[in-house]
Design a protein. Sequence first.
Length: 168
Amino acid sequence: MTVVVGYVPTETGFSAVTEAERQARCRDAAVVIVNVVGTAGFVVPTAADQPDLDAVAAHLTANGVRNSVRHITDDAPPADILLGVAREVDASLIVLGLHQRSWLARRVLGSTARSVVLAAPCGVLIVPDIDERSKERLSADVDAPPLESMGQTPPWTPHKPDEDSSRS
């Protein structure tokens, strides 16, 4: 049995590793840490450098969890790479951190977590976003209008009968 964790160097990413550690202990499983770096390299904030990955692996080892690191350079979607690793190691669980984005980015770019959940060969555990940076960035987008052209509808509000019609 193996737990695969998609890792990015953020607070949420480390929270996902911590949850993978907890799940691995319960299952007596090893953890495979996966970090995807596109060919753009380390200019992308999701790319972890080797010292960061070594620190994450050392944390798991210090806590008695068998682990290995897959630092993959590829321009394929991260979801496809995570799913490929999960199938290769016959994962019993995939753990991901949820990184919140603006409403427009979610609709245009899609979501790695969503893609993994829909195509996973095993269970998927999603860790909530705890990064302060994400919360600050989203604060301006909270009341963004729906995109009617993309099939969204305005928020539902219950029907309130007129006072005159309720007296009839």
